[in-house]
Design a protein around this ligand. Structure first.
Ligand code: SF4
Ligand code: SF4
Length: 300
């Protein structure tokens, strides 16, 4: 067991999201620590872990799932997720919708998970929990692992032994963790900065939601004149993020550091303020003209 984690403080953000009313055994494991567990179709508890769920979704989970279903991020969010508040400022998070009074996952079938190849991070980790953690006096995120033992899960009674690294590899988690890292860091930073950053404006909150979960609408925003007038991206970089939604997701985290924390993560055009002011004046003049025209047309 790794004892270096004694000095770490678990933060509230983690990928553990299944059967939250059950007990968790908080014994921290390192990558090379072993634990016994096996899960396979035919085990007596098959599918039990997909009921009574509360599965938090990461932005990468949303992309993988909506691609599996062949729908847009906007449609996926509307049909398969619920909102919850991540922090006291109303930072929005998403979890999976459930069906029936067993709170079963919408994707659960008799044969198992209907979206298995693209199942969320929390489902891949289950048996292990993972939690973003930070050292005292540091906003830097680290990952802690621990075994999740719930009565209904018989996989812990199996003899198969593996290291955390082997389990993560078998679940395809290296890729998920890599894609989730920037998002986790962002949420941790937002939560740990608390009042120093303050409550984001409604506009920042709206942009946060688009740039984390609704990648199809975020792309529309990136393609809008409002974005192009302000931010200075090279043609190559612009093309890369417009044509590849995973690149767009990575870019969105840079963008949010600017929106939420005022960091200069994306260069702004020299004359951005002038262009915006000019457009604002043009809009106001147009509105004024419309009002004047309406007044002239009105009968005495
Ligand atoms: S997404 Fe699949 S693995 Fe995850 S809870 Fe739903 S059915 Fe189970
Ligand atoms: S062994 Fe655990 S993870 Fe596997 S199906 Fe049973 S309850 Fe789910």
């Amino acid at each position: 067991m790794s004892d270096e984690r004694e000095n770490l403080h678990p933060d509230e953000f983690g990928n553990l999201g299944i059967n939250t009313d059950s007990a968790v055994v908080p014994v921290y494991l390192g990558e090379n620590d072993k634990f016994k567990f096996n899960c396979y179709p035919g085990i007596s508890c098959f599918n039990e872990c997909c009921r009574n769920i509360d599965i938090v979704l990461t932005p990468y989970d949303v992309l993988r799932l909506k691609n599996n279903l062949g729908i847009t991020t906007t449609e996926f969010i509307a049909n398969f997720t619920n909102f919850y508040e991540v922090d006291g400022h109303g930072l929005p998070g998403l979890n999976l919708k459930t069906k029936d009074d067993m709170k079963a996952c919408e994707f659960l079938t008799k044969e198992g998970c209907a979206v298995y190849e693209d199942r969320p991070t929390a489902c891949r980790y289950y048996a292990l929990g993972n939690m973003a953690m930070r050292k005292k006096d540091s906003g830097e995120a680290e990952t802690g692992y621990f075994v999740v033992k719930e009565d209904h899960c018989k996989g812990h009674l199996e003899d198969k032994e593996q290291t955390v690294a082997e389990y993560r590899h078998g679940q395809g988690l290296e890729e998920y963790d890599e894609m989730n890292f920037g998002f986790q860091e962002l949420v941790l930073k937002k939560k740990s900065s608390g009042p120093t950053v303050g409550a984001p404006s409604p506009r920042s909150m709206q942009l946060y939601f688009l740039a984390t979960y609704d990648m199809d609408r975020f792309r529309e925003f990136i393609e809008s004149a409002g974005f192009k007038d302000v931010f200075d991206l090279s043609a190559v970089e612009y093309e890369k993020i417009i044509s590849d939604e995973f690149e767009l997701l990575n870019f969105s985290q840079r963008f949010l550091k600017q929106v939420l924390f005022g960091e200069n993560t994306i260069a702004k055009k020299q004359n951005a303020a002038d262009v915006r002011m000019k457009k604002k004046r043009q809009r106001m003049a147009k509105k004024q003209k419309e009002l004047n025209d309406q007044t002239e047309e009105r009968p005495d």
